[in-house]
Design a protein around this ligand. Structure first.
Ligand code: IPE
Ligand code: IPE
Ligand code: MG
Length: 246
């Protein structure tokens, strides 16, 4: 049975974030190189992007490469960067056809020049699309983002543009890479690992966490629906009592 019909479209997460993990183990299980896992991971990306757009989710953020991932073997990093360029070239049409705007968060100028350029081009071409914002976290680390935010705010304080008393949550939100995105409502991590790995620490303050053993290349629309159905069963209390909510 198609799980999609069980989803209540009036109670969707506004912002879904995914830690796409398990490509390496997926390949190893098949006796293949890690690169084979990453290549197949792109199929799951397409499933999830399409699935979210069809449902009407406003923001989808995918953790594609962390600041810590730069410490992987050079060849694996190169493979991932090449895959980024080829995927951007291949998927621009899908983004346009589905009215999806591409954004990116992270230390983008640390990306290889070719990848950076391709990324900026696709972002520019899709900037007026309005159905969904797809954000790629690339060379992203939440602590780096917070440091960067502090620097930007400090400069404004120094130049008397912001006074310290006026620093509140909205000021911080405006200076994070994620600026106009909603707070994360649902965070999915695949592959059985149950950790955050330096992803969106500020933005997941009240997110519902969902962990699945499915390895990323095996993740399909049906798995996405399962996660959303589980999310919709949870009671989000935000510090209140259950009686106050109902
Ligand atoms: C996720 O899969 C992709 C990236 C982190 C780029 P991994 O490459 O981390 O796969 P495992 O965790 O080794 O199985
Ligand atoms: C987190 O996955 C980063 C991405 C999915 C891009 P990792 O596989 O790098 O995470 P750790 O280091 O095992 O926590
Ligand atoms: Mg991993």
């Amino acid at each position: 049975m198609d799980l999609k019909s069980e989803i209540n479209t009036s109670k969707l997460p506004k912002h879904l974030a995914i830690i796409m993990d398990g490509n390496g183990r997926w390949a190893k299980q098949k006796g293949m190189m890690r690169a084979f896992g990453h290549e197949n991971g792109t199929k799951a990306v397409r499933q999830v992007v399409e699935g979210c757009a069809e449902l009407g989710i406003e923001n989808l953020t995918l953790y594609a490469f962390s600041t810590e991932n730069w410490n992987r073997p050079k060849l694996e990093v190169q493979t991932l960067m090449k895959l980024l360029v080829s995927s951007l070239k291949k998927e621009i049409k899908t983004l346009q056809d589905n009215n999806i705007k591409l954004m990116a968060i992270g230390c983008l100028n640390e990306l290889p020049a070719k990848a950076h350029k391709e990324l900026l081009e696709v972002m520019e071409k899709t900037k007026n699309n309005s159905r969904m914002v797809l954000t790629l976290a690339l060379s992203y680390g939440s602590r780096e983002e917070i440091i960067n935010t502090l620097k930007k705010i400090s400069i404004k304080v120094k130049n008397n543009i912001i006074s310290p008393e006026n620093i509140d949550e909205s000021v911080i939100n405006e200076h994070l890479y994620t600026q106009n995105l909603h707070d994360v409502d649902l965070l999915i991590r695949t592959s059985g690992e149950q950790r955050i790995s330096n992803f969106l620490l500020w933005q997941i303050a009240y997110a519902e966490l969902y962990f699945t053993n499915v390895l990323w290349p095996d993740f399909t629309k049906q798995h996405l629906y399962e996660a959303i159905i589980e999310y919709q069963k949870r009671e989000r209390r935000f510090g209140k009592t259950s009686e106050q909510i109902n």
